[in-house]
Write a protein that binds this ligand. Structure first.
Ligand SMILES: NC(=O)c1ccc[n+]([C@@H]2O[C@H](COP(=O)([O-])OP(=O)(O)OC[C@H]3O[C@@H](n4cnc5c(N)ncnc54)[C@H](OP(=O)(O)O)[C@@H]3O)[C@@H](O)[C@H]2O)c1
Ligand SMILES: *[C@@H]1O[C@H](CO)[C@@H](O)[C@H](O)[C@H]1NC(C)=O
Ligand SMILES: *[C@@H]1O[C@H](CO)[C@@H](O)[C@H](O)[C@H]1NC(C)=O
Length: 294
């Protein structure tokens, strides 16, 4: 690619970014007032921050993850922050019966549901793919099949309320990145499944929105611990990320991009100059800090 072409990609990227910023719908925190919301993976990271934002907006919050002690603390803080109500159920999303159970408990508690935020991920290996197909299978269950299972269970309630499905994905679910083979596969699967579901809900005139969130490197404890030695780019703040996801969901956006430039610009380059994008991505890694496979 010539310097001129690189410049053109840059300028068009910014023009499009500015256009999408300036035409976004108006968000009001009152939109979440009294809404009944499930947030998965809410014992830490972005999910925990989403629970706090929802609490401040006076939603009914229903959270889940494995660590019960952490969930209790998050529920207590939600109540302090002004949640209309706050509840939790603890368990692991590698068990599809548990995924269904979470939705059933929310139904018992609220008698309905306005928003389903699917956010949890299983423990993710970060490094050269080591041939471990069991890790792929396990992550597929936690990161993808439990999302489908919860959606199936929640759809009747969401159809009744004209609600929102919000799926937290990653730039690695749109553009393959090194050291994330299994993770990236699960996130690509979400795009395919929920993209089809969005079409079919619209074709059948069901008023349920599907929002896929394309997220770049965020400053959660897990992500910083796992990738900060390897990824050169600085992480974006989890509080703001959490708010952008909620906004996109309630505004019924098709996709959310956060951090905007770190996700939207690679996606703009992706279909025009995939090899250039791949080389930019590889340049963003300090590979001397990654263990070589045996
Ligand atoms: N942080 C980033 O840089 C980044 C970048 C792109 C996309 N994202 C996406 O953002 C979302 C949240 O990531 P995060 O960084 O906030 O991660 P995190 O802080 O590690 O949170 C993950 C959550 O999932 C729960 N979890 C883990 N294993 C589970 C299991 N087997 N069953 C049920 N829950 C389980 C964890 O709680 P327990 O351990 O208590 O179960 C925790 O609440 C994910 O979808 C991730 O892919 C993050
Ligand atoms: C998560 O996976 C890493 C290796 O990828 C491993 O070192 C760690 O013990 C695992 N943690 C849990 C809780 O399974
Ligand atoms: C869909 O549901 C939302 C939220 O309940 C509502 O504001 C909107 O008017 C509904 N749209 C249609 C076409 O029914």
């Amino acid at each position: 690619m010539s310097a001129l072409q690189k410049l053109a990609v840059f300028v068009v990227g910014f023009a499009v970014a500015f256009y999408f910023y300036s035409t976004s719908d108006k968000f009001e925190p009152e939109m979440l007032n009294g809404k009944r919301v499930i947030v998965t993976g809410a014992s830490s990271g972005i999910g925990e921050q989403m629970a706090y934002h929802l609490a401040q907006m006076k939603s009914h919050v229903f959270i889940t993850a494995r660590r019960e002690e952490r969930l209790k603390q998050v529920v207590a803080k939600c109540l302090e922050l002004g949640a209309a109500s706050a509840h939790y159920v603890a368990g692991s999303m590698d068990d599809m019966a548990f995924a269904e159970h979470v939705v059933a408990e929310a139904w018992k508690t609220f008698g309905g549901l306005d928003m389903l935020i699917l956010n949890h991920i299983g423990n993710t290996s970060f490094g050269y793919f080591d041939g471990n197909v069991d890790h792929i299978r396990k992550l597929m269950e936690i990161n993808f099949l439990s999302y489908a299972t919860m959606t199936v269970a929640a759809l009747p309630m969401l159809k009744e309320s004209g609600g929102n499905i919000v799926v937290v994905s990653s730039l690695a679910g749109k553009v393959p990145t090194p050291f994330t083979a299994a993770y990236s596969a699960t996130k690509f699967a979400l795009d395919g499944f929920f993209g089809t579901l969005r079409h079919e809900l619209i074709l059948q005139n069901f008023n349920v929105s599907v929002t896929l969130c394309v997220i770049s490197f965020i400053d959660t404890d897990t992500a910083v611990r796992v990738v900060s030695k390897v990824i050169r780019q600085p992480p974006a703040p989890k509080q703001e990320c959490a708010l952008e996801i909620i906004k996109g969901g309630i505004l019924r956006k098709r996709e959310v991009y956060y951090a905007y430039e770190a996700t939207k610009i690679p996606l703009l380059i992706r279909d025009w100059a995939p090899e250039y994008l791949d080389s930019l991505i590889r340049m963003n890694y300090n590979i001397e800090n990654i263990k070589n496979p045996e």
